[in-house]
Write a protein that binds this ligand. Structure first.
Ligand code: VGL
Ligand code: ZN
Length: 206
């Protein structure tokens, strides 16, 4: 059984959003097209409390892009984004959500960030995504969404570690690129760990 995983296609990651990803909105038509081709579609949603430890604003004198130690883990500080129930945390309205079998919310614990759709960044707690996919008999995941160099990458790496076959839909992702080349490096890392890089036009899903 195959599943399509749509990662964090939310206003705050699209142009004009708090943590905007260049061309982030360009993944939406691809998500909508593929949603119709998959029997099982699962979306993730970055879903932080306002006092989340990944927000620079919650640390005196810190600013976005700096790195701190957050409860023993290296943490990049971000602008305030995807606050629970805020507009920026919503799925973009043009995204077809009608076919979502589940929405997995992550980053809800203020003490730890969660890039991957499967686990927090310390692999301390599972989000429930793996259990859900297991129940459905999924052995292969097709991953796309935002951002290529953070949540998409870590979701892909966890999926590989959990034993799923993984296809990364390259044209369905865009990178934050805090550093130039981060997106490209993420693609290479995912591929070297076993993900197969594909283009949405080349997919034949049965
Ligand atoms: C993300 C940074 C912080 C992402 C989420 O969805 O890639 N990046 N929170
Ligand atoms: Zn976040």
């Amino acid at each position: 059984m195959k599943a399509l995983l749509l990662i964090d296609i939310q206003y705050d990651f699209c142009p004009g959003g708090a943590l905007e990803v260049k061309e982030g909105d360009e993944v939406i038509p691809i998500a909508n097209k593929l949603s119709k081709q998959f029997e099982l579609v699962v979306a993730t949603q970055d879903w932080h409390p306002a006092d989340h430890g990944s927000f620079a604003a919650n640390h005196p004198w810190r600013y976005p892009g700096q790195i701190i130690d957050l409860n023993g883990l290296e943490q990049i500080l971000w602008p305030i984004h995807c606050v629970q129930n805020s507009f920026g945390a919503e799925f973009v309205k043009d995204l077809d959500t009608s076919n979502f079998a589940a929405v997995i919310q992550k980053g809800t614990d203020k003490e730890i960030d969660s890039y991957s759709g499967f686990f927090d960044n310390g692999h301390r707690k599972a989000t429930g995504l793996h259990d859900f996919l297991q129940e459905k008999g999924v052995d292969e995941v097709f991953v796309m969404g935002l951002a290529q160099d953070y949540c998409v990458k870590f979701t892909v790496l966890d999926a590989l570690e959990l034993g799923y076959k993984v296809k990364l839909i390259v044209d369905g992702t865009r990178a934050v690129n805090l550093k130039e080349g981060d997106g490209q490096q993420a693609l290479e890392e995912m591929e070297s760990k076993g993900a197969i890089l594909v283009n949405s036009n080349d997919l034949e899903v049965s």
